[in-house]
Write a protein that binds this ligand. Sequence first.
Ligand SMILES: C[S@@+](CC[C@H](N)C(=O)[O-])C[C@H]1O[C@@H](n2cnc3c(N)ncnc32)[C@H](O)[C@@H]1O
Length: 246
Amino acid sequence: MSFQEGDFVLIVAGDRKYLRRLTKDFSLNFKDKLLKLEHVLGKSAGQEVNGFCLLKPTLEDLILLGFERKTQIVYPKDSFYVAFKLGLSSQSRLLEFGVGSGASTAVFSSLAGEVWAYEVRQDFCKLAKKNWDKFGLCQNVRLENVDFKEAQVEEDFFDCAFVDVKDPAPYMEKVWRALKSGATFASLMPTANQVAQLLKVMEPLFCAVEVLEVLHRGYKANPERLRPQDTMVAHTGYLVFARKRT
Ligand SMILES: C[S@@+](CC[C@H](N)C(=O)[O-])C[C@H]1O[C@@H](n2cnc3c(N)ncnc32)[C@H](O)[C@@H]1O
């Protein structure tokens, strides 16, 4: 693969990463070094030019560096683990509500067959679409601008569900009805109170309930002084997983 005008490129310079589109006026300065469009066109991913390493961005790069955010997003450290726990595959039909900026949907869509996504706010629907369209993502997502309470969803229809709203508890009966027997369920909540509320309503409807957090501790990748970075993100959200019981 060689870079062409219009492509997105991930540029690594020292310990910085930049996600840029190769437009006619593209240029990047880093510590007195200059990278221009003609330096990048026709180069292959992985090539180093003037001290800049040129890479094809991964989905994680697109989400973390390229998505416009107006809501809290589900960070890839959580969404990729959720995808694994949901058992997503090209055969899966996923129900998701709480689309926000579209970050978690982008991860799930890359693995699932279909994603049926519901978002109550029109401005967030537009934002999510804008983020997806910018990078050609989420072609298998049916996005509806509706409160999940009002959404028309078939019963016994979905293989899995992910819920990212402030208080998921009131929706759980409807989610349960929409899922196939034995289907996987996941939700992310920032506070423990919300988790406790959710557990109470899930008790008669779901089995194999798990609650956990995904903690990442980055290291300074220096072989002579290998040690953790000085700061870390201590909390993003609690994750609740379960299976539909009938
Ligand atoms: C934290 S954001 C979701 C972030 C998103 N998962 C991401 O990774 O970008 C929560 C979203 O849930 C939406 N929401 C809240 N209640 C809802 C409901 N009943 N039905 C659909 N969407 C809802 C909010 O408008 C908000 O956009």
